[in-house]
Design a protein around this ligand. Structure first.
Ligand SMILES: [Zn+2]
Ligand SMILES: [Zn+2]
Length: 316
């Protein structure tokens, strides 16, 4: 199973501002200049960028939640329709998806804006003959998507999107299959409720776990569902806040980096990807939160923590 991240920002799409861009550019140019000065004959831009931490050459990304999952047999599943979905659709078109005429399967966690805003910009949805299957635990999902495209909100109605759209209502803790992927929805603590997904293929499990608020008071819930989640190869998990932000935003529905680490350790996951980054945080702050998160990894733990970034691929 291959997992690709198209949107990792929480709550609000966050393009890089000019001030941040200039600061990053200056840092890179200063470093490159000092390296070039020491050995001008051997300097190469590509080697310079390769030898630096990825912080210098890549951005965390500003699109909201959208993650694609491709099974070993090529079944295409996407989790959530945040603004990253526009690029996901463009990639499918570039990769010749129209020739294959496969179904597109969409899992929805919940319908807060940042998880559905990219849907009206998903070009494939406007193409007749494309079959799109929505899977969720939301009874009126179609109505909610139609509401997003009310003429007061968007120029094109849901009904003019020419693809065939089917809605499948799933039950929490009941597994279903899409090709070779076995999928189990489970509850997450979030205002208005949210659904996490366990996806398993060939004994390897990927957990998608945002939006969720875990803290001292409710992390015990993980013990209840541990038999379902235990031993995941990868968990992509809400880690929007540092400790101070989490204290100031109790009840907002998101987790601190500390409790993301604790959650991943409780269920004995191998890799934790921190996601749903706070829109007010620049990349430098997200990296600082990541560095802080490493302090919470227990000494005996084998957990590997990474920052979820746009374009990142996990091959399980
Ligand atoms: Zn969200
Ligand atoms: Zn939410």
């Amino acid at each position: 199973m291959k997992i690709k991240l198209y949107g990792v920002r929480g709550s609000c799409p966050t393009p890089v501002g000019n001030e941040e861009y200039r600061e990053n550019l200056k840092n890179v140019l200063d470093l490159a200049y000092s390296e070039w000065k020491t050995n001008p004959g051997k300097f190469s831009v590509d080697n310079f960028l390769e030898s630096r931490p990825s912080y210098y050459s890549t951005l965390v990304g500003g699109n909201t939640t959208c993650v694609s999952v491709t099974s070993k047999t090529g079944d295409q599943v996407v989790i959530d329709c945040g603004t990253g979905m526009r690029a996901f659709g463009n990639d499918l078109l570039k990769e010749g998806f129209l020739k294959e005429k496969k179904d597109i399967n969409i899992l929805i966690t919940h319908t807060h804006w940042d998880h559905i805003q990219g849907w009206p910009f998903f070009k494939l949805a406007y193409i007749p003959g494309i079959k799109i299957n929505f899977y969720s635990c939301i009874e009126n999902l179609k109505e909610r998507l139609e509401r997003q495209q009310h003429p007061e909100n968007f120029p094109l109605a849901f009904s003019v999107m020419a693809s065939e759209k089917n809605f499948h209502l799933q039950k929490v803790m009941e597994s279903f299959k899409i090709g070779s992927l076995e999928i189990t929805p489970f509850y997450l603590t979030h205002p208005g409720t949210c659904i996490g997904y366990k996806i398993t293929e060939d004994g390897k499990t990927f957990l998608f776990c945002t939006d969720v608020e875990f803290s001292e008071s409710n992390i015990g819930y993980l013990n209840e569902i541990k038999p379902l989640l235990k031993g995941a190869k990868l968990i992509i998990m809400d880690a929007q806040y540092n400790a101070d932000e989490a204290r100031a935003k109790i009840g907002w529905g998101h987790t601190s980096v500390e409790y993301a680490v604790r959650s991943a350790e409780m269920i004995e996951a191998e890799i934790l990807a921190l996601t749903h980054h706070e829109p007010d945080n620049r990349d430098a702050t997200i990296y600082k939160n990541y560095t802080d998160s490493l302090n919470f990894v227990a000494k005996e733990s084998q957990l590997k923590v990474v920052i979820a970034k746009e374009g990142m691929i996990f091959d399980l």
